[in-house]
Design a protein around this ligand. Sequence first.
Ligand SMILES: Nc1ncnc2c1ncn2[C@@H]1O[C@H](COP(=O)(O)OP(=O)(O)OP(=O)(O)O)[C@@H](O)[C@H]1O
Length: 242
Amino acid sequence: MLQLDNIRAGYKGTEALHGVSMWVDAGTIVSVVGSNGAGKSTTVNTISRLVTTYGGRITFEGRDITGLGPAEVVDMGIIQVPEGRQLFGPLTVAENLRLGFHRQRRVKNREAAFRDKLDYIYDLFPRLKERAGQRAITLSGGEQQMVAIGRALMAEPRLLLLDEPSLGLAPLIVEKIFDVLSGLRAQGLTMLLVEQHADEALALADYGFVLSVGKVTVHGPGVELRSNAAVTSSYLGHAGAA
Ligand SMILES: Nc1ncnc2c1ncn2[C@@H]1O[C@H](COP(=O)(O)OP(=O)(O)OP(=O)(O)O)[C@@H](O)[C@H]1O
């Protein structure tokens, strides 16, 4: 579904990704793990076309999207849950979710479609239904992450990109959120998950890629990578450890 071929990308002429190749098959979860500064966020932001590409090619559903802008890839259904959630704090949960409902511009009876989608999100995250009228800024970190994922789902993604959804959350909450991601995969959703919590992310993933200093060092099925010593050393950031 998504393919990155030899991608070189970065900021103001400085390369952060030095020839990254990876792929995501439809209906799977792919995890990208690596230590701080490895290039995980740069990878998702390159797919979202928020980072300048210096070389290589990105294809999505057979179409070359390397030359497209961020709005165009969103229109194609590549939807990102950004690092740090990026919610609108003064707006309520329901209002934040409504902001995600923007791809369905030509839907007849838009309000009814919005309500249906909202019910779907509230089924996934019952906590958000209880907090529907509450301002986002007053929510716990876990609830905010649920809103961020819910808002992305409102846009009916074909590919969901998640940048460190576990950031700052307690292990139990991370487990709950990963359970929801697993349920979404069962419904057929395709996801690319970027995570520093490599063990959990690889346990969830069908396939994984390890990034180190802007390069893929190892890739393979999630379960295999979890027992690979080189992976342990990469994500801990200690060369030769484990
Ligand atoms: N906006 C930016 N401007 C310049 N350099 C940047 C920018 N964002 C990231 N970089 C650089 O690109 C490299 C990769 O960073 P990136 O944020 O992609 O790593 P990461 O694996 O997501 O790390 P983290 O887990 O800390 O977010 C780093 O060397 C970083 O300093």
